[in-house]
Write a protein that binds this ligand. Structure first.
Ligand code: SAH
Length: 368
Protein backbone atom coordinates (compact mmCIF):
# COMPACT_ATOMS: atom_id res chain seq x y z
CA UNK A 1 0.00 0.00 0.00
CA UNK A 2 1.37 3.41 -0.86
CA UNK A 3 1.51 5.85 1.98
CA UNK A 4 0.42 9.43 1.52
CA UNK A 5 2.57 12.40 2.39
CA UNK A 6 0.17 13.14 5.28
CA UNK A 7 1.01 9.68 6.73
CA UNK A 8 4.70 10.35 6.32
CA UNK A 9 4.37 13.71 8.09
CA UNK A 10 2.40 12.14 10.93
CA UNK A 11 5.04 9.42 11.39
CA UNK A 12 7.69 12.08 11.54
CA UNK A 13 5.74 14.06 14.16
CA UNK A 14 5.00 10.97 16.30
CA UNK A 15 8.71 10.20 16.24
CA UNK A 16 10.28 13.65 16.66
CA UNK A 17 7.48 15.78 18.11
CA UNK A 18 5.98 18.85 16.42
CA UNK A 19 7.98 19.98 13.36
CA UNK A 20 8.71 23.56 12.34
CA UNK A 21 6.48 25.27 9.79
CA UNK A 22 9.58 25.48 7.56
CA UNK A 23 10.06 21.71 7.70
CA UNK A 24 6.36 21.21 6.98
CA UNK A 25 6.58 23.46 3.91
CA UNK A 26 9.79 21.84 2.67
CA UNK A 27 8.36 18.31 2.89
CA UNK A 28 5.05 19.31 1.29
CA UNK A 29 6.64 21.24 -1.55
CA UNK A 30 9.82 19.32 -2.25
CA UNK A 31 9.59 15.72 -1.00
CA UNK A 32 11.12 13.89 -3.98
CA UNK A 33 8.46 11.17 -4.08
CA UNK A 34 5.23 12.87 -2.98
CA UNK A 35 6.10 16.55 -2.83
CA UNK A 36 4.12 19.17 -4.71
CA UNK A 37 6.67 20.53 -7.20
CA UNK A 38 8.61 17.33 -8.04
CA UNK A 39 5.45 15.46 -9.04
CA UNK A 40 3.64 17.85 -11.38
CA UNK A 41 3.51 20.95 -13.53
CA UNK A 42 1.34 23.12 -11.25
CA UNK A 43 1.12 26.22 -13.41
CA UNK A 44 -1.43 27.69 -15.76
CA UNK A 45 -5.16 27.59 -16.27
CA UNK A 46 -5.27 23.78 -15.92
CA UNK A 47 -3.06 23.81 -12.82
CA UNK A 48 -3.39 25.33 -9.37
CA UNK A 49 -2.13 28.87 -9.86
CA UNK A 50 -1.12 31.29 -12.58
CA UNK A 51 1.79 33.71 -12.57
CA UNK A 52 2.53 36.94 -14.42
CA UNK A 53 4.62 35.39 -17.22
CA UNK A 54 1.86 32.82 -17.73
CA UNK A 55 -0.69 35.62 -18.04
CA UNK A 56 1.10 37.46 -20.80
CA UNK A 57 4.25 37.37 -22.94
CA UNK A 58 4.51 41.15 -22.34
CA UNK A 59 5.73 40.55 -18.78
CA UNK A 60 8.87 38.65 -19.83
CA UNK A 61 9.43 40.91 -22.81
CA UNK A 62 9.71 44.11 -20.78
CA UNK A 63 11.91 42.28 -18.27
CA UNK A 64 14.14 41.37 -21.23
CA UNK A 65 14.59 45.10 -21.85
CA UNK A 66 15.39 45.54 -18.16
CA UNK A 67 18.13 42.92 -18.60
CA UNK A 68 19.62 44.67 -21.63
CA UNK A 69 19.71 47.99 -19.76
CA UNK A 70 21.26 46.27 -16.74
CA UNK A 71 23.92 44.64 -18.93
CA UNK A 72 24.74 48.13 -20.25
CA UNK A 73 24.84 49.43 -16.64
CA UNK A 74 27.32 46.65 -15.80
CA UNK A 75 29.62 47.98 -18.54
CA UNK A 76 28.59 45.56 -21.34
CA UNK A 77 30.67 42.60 -20.08
CA UNK A 78 31.63 40.02 -22.77
CA UNK A 79 30.17 37.24 -20.65
CA UNK A 80 26.99 37.81 -18.66
CA UNK A 81 25.48 35.16 -16.42
CA UNK A 82 21.71 35.42 -16.48
CA UNK A 83 20.49 33.29 -13.60
CA UNK A 84 16.90 32.48 -12.74
CA UNK A 85 15.60 31.04 -9.48
CA UNK A 86 12.50 28.83 -9.81
CA UNK A 87 11.86 29.23 -13.55
CA UNK A 88 8.51 27.33 -13.56
CA UNK A 89 7.80 26.40 -17.18
CA UNK A 90 10.60 28.60 -18.53
CA UNK A 91 8.16 30.98 -20.21
CA UNK A 92 9.50 34.14 -18.62
CA UNK A 93 13.08 33.29 -19.59
CA UNK A 94 11.99 32.47 -23.12
CA UNK A 95 10.09 35.80 -23.48
CA UNK A 96 12.98 37.74 -21.90
CA UNK A 97 15.54 36.19 -24.24
CA UNK A 98 13.40 36.83 -27.32
CA UNK A 99 13.16 40.54 -26.49
CA UNK A 100 16.72 40.96 -25.20
CA UNK A 101 18.32 39.12 -28.13
CA UNK A 102 17.36 42.02 -30.37
CA UNK A 103 20.55 43.51 -28.94
CA UNK A 104 23.31 41.50 -30.65
CA UNK A 105 25.89 42.39 -27.98
CA UNK A 106 23.64 41.11 -25.22
CA UNK A 107 22.83 37.97 -27.13
CA UNK A 108 26.47 37.05 -27.67
CA UNK A 109 27.32 37.75 -23.99
CA UNK A 110 24.49 35.90 -22.28
CA UNK A 111 24.82 32.51 -20.58
CA UNK A 112 21.71 31.26 -18.85
CA UNK A 113 21.75 29.25 -15.61
CA UNK A 114 18.54 27.93 -14.09
CA UNK A 115 18.16 26.97 -10.43
CA UNK A 116 15.22 24.59 -10.20
CA UNK A 117 14.36 22.10 -7.46
CA UNK A 118 11.84 20.05 -9.43
CA UNK A 119 12.99 17.53 -12.05
CA UNK A 120 9.51 17.60 -13.59
CA UNK A 121 9.71 21.36 -14.18
CA UNK A 122 13.32 21.15 -15.30
CA UNK A 123 12.15 18.89 -18.13
CA UNK A 124 9.46 21.41 -19.11
CA UNK A 125 12.03 24.23 -19.03
CA UNK A 126 14.31 22.19 -21.30
CA UNK A 127 11.51 21.94 -23.87
CA UNK A 128 10.60 25.63 -23.63
CA UNK A 129 14.18 26.84 -23.93
CA UNK A 130 15.46 24.26 -26.41
CA UNK A 131 15.29 26.79 -29.23
CA UNK A 132 16.50 29.83 -27.28
CA UNK A 133 19.72 30.03 -29.28
CA UNK A 134 21.90 30.81 -26.24
CA UNK A 135 23.71 28.48 -23.80
CA UNK A 136 21.41 27.21 -21.04
CA UNK A 137 22.48 25.07 -18.07
CA UNK A 138 20.84 23.87 -14.86
CA UNK A 139 22.58 24.22 -11.52
CA UNK A 140 21.65 23.21 -7.98
CA UNK A 141 22.74 26.45 -6.34
CA UNK A 142 24.11 29.90 -7.09
CA UNK A 143 27.63 28.84 -6.09
CA UNK A 144 27.67 26.41 -9.04
CA UNK A 145 27.51 29.24 -11.60
CA UNK A 146 30.99 30.33 -12.80
CA UNK A 147 32.21 33.68 -11.43
CA UNK A 148 31.58 36.84 -13.39
CA UNK A 149 29.09 39.66 -13.85
CA UNK A 150 25.53 38.49 -13.40
CA UNK A 151 21.87 39.32 -13.49
CA UNK A 152 19.69 37.20 -11.27
CA UNK A 153 15.94 37.06 -11.42
CA UNK A 154 13.15 35.34 -9.54
CA UNK A 155 9.41 35.72 -10.08
CA UNK A 156 7.13 34.15 -7.47
CA UNK A 157 10.12 32.23 -6.14
CA UNK A 158 10.64 33.76 -2.69
CA UNK A 159 7.00 33.14 -1.72
CA UNK A 160 7.50 29.37 -1.86
CA UNK A 161 10.60 29.33 0.33
CA UNK A 162 9.95 27.80 3.76
CA UNK A 163 9.02 30.24 6.52
CA UNK A 164 9.23 29.98 10.28
CA UNK A 165 6.41 31.26 12.47
CA UNK A 166 7.13 32.94 15.79
CA UNK A 167 4.70 34.17 18.42
CA UNK A 168 5.51 37.05 20.71
CA UNK A 169 5.21 36.03 24.38
CA UNK A 170 6.79 39.11 25.94
CA UNK A 171 7.33 42.32 23.94
CA UNK A 172 9.85 43.59 26.49
CA UNK A 173 12.08 40.51 26.50
CA UNK A 174 13.74 41.16 23.10
CA UNK A 175 15.03 37.98 21.47
CA UNK A 176 13.88 35.87 24.42
CA UNK A 177 10.28 37.03 24.09
CA UNK A 178 9.39 34.69 21.22
CA UNK A 179 8.12 31.16 20.99
CA UNK A 180 7.64 28.99 17.93
CA UNK A 181 4.44 27.89 16.25
CA UNK A 182 4.96 24.37 14.96
CA UNK A 183 2.99 21.66 13.21
CA UNK A 184 1.81 18.79 15.41
CA UNK A 185 -1.16 16.44 15.83
CA UNK A 186 -4.45 17.09 17.62
CA UNK A 187 -6.39 14.55 19.77
CA UNK A 188 -7.96 13.14 16.64
CA UNK A 189 -4.58 12.66 15.00
CA UNK A 190 -5.06 15.48 12.52
CA UNK A 191 -2.28 17.91 11.55
CA UNK A 192 -2.62 21.19 13.44
CA UNK A 193 -0.63 24.19 14.60
CA UNK A 194 0.83 24.03 18.10
CA UNK A 195 2.30 26.85 20.12
CA UNK A 196 5.47 25.58 21.78
CA UNK A 197 5.84 26.64 25.41
CA UNK A 198 9.60 27.14 25.50
CA UNK A 199 11.41 30.14 24.02
CA UNK A 200 12.35 29.84 20.34
CA UNK A 201 15.91 28.71 19.58
CA UNK A 202 18.46 31.53 19.29
CA UNK A 203 19.10 30.83 15.58
CA UNK A 204 15.49 31.75 14.87
CA UNK A 205 15.51 35.04 16.72
CA UNK A 206 19.03 36.40 16.28
CA UNK A 207 18.28 38.27 13.04
CA UNK A 208 14.67 39.42 13.32
CA UNK A 209 13.57 42.30 11.07
CA UNK A 210 13.56 45.72 12.69
CA UNK A 211 9.76 45.78 12.55
CA UNK A 212 9.71 42.92 15.09
CA UNK A 213 10.31 45.54 17.77
CA UNK A 214 6.73 46.73 17.31
CA UNK A 215 5.35 43.32 18.30
CA UNK A 216 2.70 42.96 21.00
CA UNK A 217 1.91 39.84 22.98
CA UNK A 218 0.49 37.07 20.75
CA UNK A 219 1.54 38.75 17.50
CA UNK A 220 2.69 36.20 14.93
CA UNK A 221 5.84 36.99 12.96
CA UNK A 222 6.97 35.09 9.89
CA UNK A 223 10.65 34.90 9.01
CA UNK A 224 12.31 33.31 6.00
CA UNK A 225 15.79 32.00 6.83
CA UNK A 226 16.20 30.55 3.32
CA UNK A 227 15.67 33.96 1.75
CA UNK A 228 18.30 35.40 4.10
CA UNK A 229 20.68 32.60 3.02
CA UNK A 230 20.08 33.37 -0.64
CA UNK A 231 20.87 37.02 -0.01
CA UNK A 232 24.13 35.95 1.67
CA UNK A 233 25.01 33.98 -1.47
CA UNK A 234 24.15 36.97 -3.67
CA UNK A 235 26.35 39.18 -1.54
CA UNK A 236 29.28 36.74 -1.86
CA UNK A 237 28.84 36.64 -5.60
CA UNK A 238 28.44 40.40 -6.06
CA UNK A 239 31.53 41.06 -3.98
CA UNK A 240 33.51 39.07 -6.61
CA UNK A 241 31.94 40.63 -9.71
CA UNK A 242 29.19 43.21 -10.19
CA UNK A 243 25.60 42.17 -10.52
CA UNK A 244 21.96 42.74 -9.81
CA UNK A 245 19.20 40.53 -8.49
CA UNK A 246 15.57 41.34 -9.27
CA UNK A 247 12.82 39.67 -7.27
CA UNK A 248 9.13 40.07 -8.01
CA UNK A 249 6.66 38.67 -5.55
CA UNK A 250 3.64 39.37 -3.38
CA UNK A 251 3.89 40.96 0.05
CA UNK A 252 4.09 44.21 2.01
CA UNK A 253 6.97 46.68 1.95
CA UNK A 254 6.95 46.89 5.76
CA UNK A 255 7.18 44.01 8.21
CA UNK A 256 3.64 43.02 9.22
CA UNK A 257 2.34 40.55 11.76
CA UNK A 258 -0.06 37.68 11.11
CA UNK A 259 -0.24 34.20 9.62
CA UNK A 260 -0.03 34.37 5.82
CA UNK A 261 0.73 30.74 5.00
CA UNK A 262 -1.77 29.75 2.34
CA UNK A 263 -2.58 26.76 0.20
CA UNK A 264 -4.00 26.88 -3.31
CA UNK A 265 -5.60 24.12 -5.33
CA UNK A 266 -7.17 24.75 -8.72
CA UNK A 267 -7.03 28.51 -8.14
CA UNK A 268 -8.97 28.29 -4.85
CA UNK A 269 -7.69 28.76 -1.32
CA UNK A 270 -7.86 25.58 0.73
CA UNK A 271 -6.69 24.66 4.25
CA UNK A 272 -2.90 24.38 4.66
CA UNK A 273 -3.33 20.88 6.14
CA UNK A 274 -6.10 19.78 3.77
CA UNK A 275 -4.02 17.74 1.31
CA UNK A 276 -0.25 17.87 1.98
CA UNK A 277 1.84 17.53 -1.15
CA UNK A 278 -1.09 18.23 -3.46
CA UNK A 279 -1.62 21.93 -2.79
CA UNK A 280 0.65 24.87 -3.47
CA UNK A 281 1.92 26.44 -0.25
CA UNK A 282 3.20 30.02 -0.15
CA UNK A 283 3.58 32.89 2.28
CA UNK A 284 3.81 36.59 1.66
CA UNK A 285 7.28 38.04 1.21
CA UNK A 286 8.52 40.59 3.75
CA UNK A 287 10.27 43.12 1.50
CA UNK A 288 11.50 45.17 4.47
CA UNK A 289 13.28 42.11 5.87
CA UNK A 290 14.84 41.40 2.45
CA UNK A 291 16.15 44.89 2.21
CA UNK A 292 17.58 44.71 5.75
CA UNK A 293 19.36 41.43 4.93
CA UNK A 294 20.75 43.04 1.77
CA UNK A 295 22.07 46.02 3.72
CA UNK A 296 23.67 43.65 6.26
CA UNK A 297 25.48 41.97 3.33
CA UNK A 298 26.68 45.34 2.04
CA UNK A 299 24.41 45.31 -1.01
CA UNK A 300 22.40 48.22 -2.34
CA UNK A 301 18.63 47.63 -2.19
CA UNK A 302 16.07 49.58 -4.21
CA UNK A 303 12.67 50.43 -2.81
CA UNK A 304 10.06 47.67 -3.19
CA UNK A 305 8.06 49.18 -6.05
CA UNK A 306 4.48 48.06 -6.83
CA UNK A 307 4.30 45.88 -9.96
CA UNK A 308 2.00 48.37 -11.65
CA UNK A 309 4.53 51.17 -11.37
CA UNK A 310 7.51 48.98 -12.24
CA UNK A 311 5.98 47.46 -15.39
CA UNK A 312 4.63 50.79 -16.50
CA UNK A 313 8.09 52.36 -16.26
CA UNK A 314 9.44 49.49 -18.33
CA UNK A 315 6.96 50.36 -21.08
CA UNK A 316 4.31 47.66 -20.62
CA UNK A 317 1.49 49.82 -22.01
CA UNK A 318 3.57 50.72 -25.07
CA UNK A 319 4.26 47.06 -25.65
CA UNK A 320 0.52 46.35 -25.43
CA UNK A 321 -0.22 49.08 -27.99
CA UNK A 322 2.40 47.65 -30.37
CA UNK A 323 0.96 44.13 -30.04
CA UNK A 324 -2.58 45.40 -30.65
CA UNK A 325 -1.45 47.36 -33.70
CA UNK A 326 0.11 44.19 -35.12
CA UNK A 327 -3.00 42.11 -34.37
CA UNK A 328 -6.11 44.26 -33.83
CA UNK A 329 -8.41 41.29 -33.20
CA UNK A 330 -6.33 40.44 -30.09
CA UNK A 331 -7.22 43.74 -28.41
CA UNK A 332 -9.75 42.35 -25.88
CA UNK A 333 -7.31 39.62 -24.79
CA UNK A 334 -4.33 41.94 -24.50
CA UNK A 335 -6.35 44.56 -22.60
CA UNK A 336 -7.46 41.88 -20.16
CA UNK A 337 -3.87 40.74 -19.64
CA UNK A 338 -2.75 44.31 -19.01
CA UNK A 339 -5.52 44.70 -16.46
CA UNK A 340 -4.53 41.54 -14.59
CA UNK A 341 -0.88 42.52 -14.42
CA UNK A 342 -1.36 46.12 -13.35
CA UNK A 343 -4.78 46.81 -11.85
CA UNK A 344 -4.73 47.68 -8.15
CA UNK A 345 -7.39 45.03 -7.44
CA UNK A 346 -5.32 42.38 -9.28
CA UNK A 347 -1.50 42.14 -9.19
CA UNK A 348 -0.74 45.85 -9.49
CA UNK A 349 -0.26 46.79 -5.83
CA UNK A 350 0.14 43.54 -3.93
CA UNK A 351 3.04 42.40 -6.11
CA UNK A 352 6.28 44.31 -5.83
CA UNK A 353 9.68 44.38 -7.49
CA UNK A 354 12.91 44.88 -5.58
CA UNK A 355 16.47 44.98 -6.88
CA UNK A 356 19.51 44.07 -4.76
CA UNK A 357 22.77 45.13 -6.38
CA UNK A 358 26.48 45.35 -5.92
CA UNK A 359 27.48 48.85 -4.92
CA UNK A 360 28.29 51.68 -7.31
CA UNK A 361 25.85 50.83 -10.11
CA UNK A 362 23.32 53.32 -11.51
CA UNK A 363 19.72 53.10 -10.28
CA UNK A 364 18.08 50.11 -12.04
CA UNK A 365 15.52 50.86 -14.73
CA UNK A 366 11.99 51.20 -13.34
CA UNK A 367 12.96 51.24 -9.66
CA UNK A 368 13.61 53.90 -7.04
N1 SAH B 1 8.91 31.76 -11.81
C1 SAH B 1 7.87 30.93 -12.38
C2 SAH B 1 7.40 29.81 -11.45
C3 SAH B 1 6.97 30.19 -10.06
S1 SAH B 1 6.49 28.76 -9.11
C4 SAH B 1 6.71 31.79 -12.81
O1 SAH B 1 6.67 32.96 -12.46
O2 SAH B 1 5.85 31.29 -13.53
C5 SAH B 1 7.92 28.44 -8.12
C6 SAH B 1 9.09 27.82 -8.85
O3 SAH B 1 10.18 27.67 -7.93
C7 SAH B 1 8.86 26.44 -9.42
O4 SAH B 1 9.62 26.32 -10.61
C8 SAH B 1 9.42 25.54 -8.31
O5 SAH B 1 9.68 24.24 -8.71
C9 SAH B 1 10.64 26.31 -7.91
N2 SAH B 1 11.17 26.07 -6.56
C10 SAH B 1 10.48 25.97 -5.40
N3 SAH B 1 11.32 25.84 -4.34
C11 SAH B 1 12.57 25.88 -4.85
C12 SAH B 1 13.88 25.80 -4.28
N4 SAH B 1 14.05 25.67 -2.97
N5 SAH B 1 14.94 25.88 -5.11
C13 SAH B 1 14.78 26.02 -6.46
N6 SAH B 1 13.57 26.10 -7.05
C14 SAH B 1 12.48 26.02 -6.27
Amino acid sequence: MTRSLADKLKDRIREAGPISVAEYMTICLLDPVRGYYPTRDPLGAEGDFITAPEISQMFGEVLGLWCVQSWIDLGRPDVLHLIEYGPGRGIMMSDMLRAASLDAGFKSAVNVSLIEASAALEAVQGRTLGTAGVPVQWVKKLEDVPDGPSLIIGNEFLDCLPIQQLICTDPFAGKDGWTERRVGLDEEDRLCFIKIDVPAAAVLTEKLPLGAREARTDDLLETCPSAAQIIDSLAQRFHQAPGRALFIDYGPDETEFGDTLQALKRHEKVGVFSDPGNTDLTARVDFAALSESAAAGDLTASAAVPQREFLSKLGLEMRAVALIRAKPEAKPVISRQLHRLTDDGEMGQLFKAICLSSNGLPLPLGLR
